[in-house]
Write a new protein. Sequence first.
Length: 227
Amino acid sequence: MKLFGAPLSPFVRKARIVAAEKKIAYDYDPRPSPLGWPEDFEKINPLKRIPALLPDSDNPDFAINDSSAICAYFEKRTPSPALYPEAATDYGRALWIEEVCDSDLAGKIGLGVFRPIFFNIATGKPADTKAAHAGFEVLAEKLLPYLQTQLGEAEYLAGEAFSIADIALTSQLMNLDLVGFALPKDRFGALRAHYERCIARPSISQFIEQDQLMVEKMGVVVERQID
Ligand SMILES: N[C@@H](CCC(=O)N[C@@H](CS)C(=O)NCC(=O)O)C(=O)O
């Protein structure tokens, strides 16, 4: 099995966290990235997006090219520990939260906050912190309050146990963190506590360390914007 995609992509990270929870081994090719695509990558994913997974490394004709599809495939392949709730309502809710995080949240963090800082620095330009703060305020206006309401006083987003919903949210928030934006405790205390609970899991904390090392290695120095 071979997984493709740059480690700082929240979608790649989501698939890697699910694999780590389930102790699924895979070969990893971190090269494909929106900052540069290997020549032959389009043969694997005609949509030119990451992550991409070849369930059989020797068969490039069968690829699964979407994080949600990859995570659902992992769940069927290795059912334990279950990362999708059993009860229908919790299951539906987990898929919905995953979708909100993969679509609206990913777009608003990726384009609005992460790219103005990270892509700018990585491509030799100064960080656009003004744009990133404006992007953060867009998030803070409706989407983060919505997610916080969905969490309520619960420990996890969908049912009693840690699930794909928690992984989808955490993978995205890790990119906010990487560019210096923590969720402010006064406005998003419950969501921040949920984030801290999730990143304490070994399946996730290993990526926090690897991501930070990678950012340092790239020479990207990020100043804390919100703590
Ligand atoms: N729905 C897809 C989204 C994947 C996606 O958009 N990945 C980004 C990287 S974070 C990408 O490949 N973007 C291509 C580009 O910007 O050219 C999934 O869940 O895998």
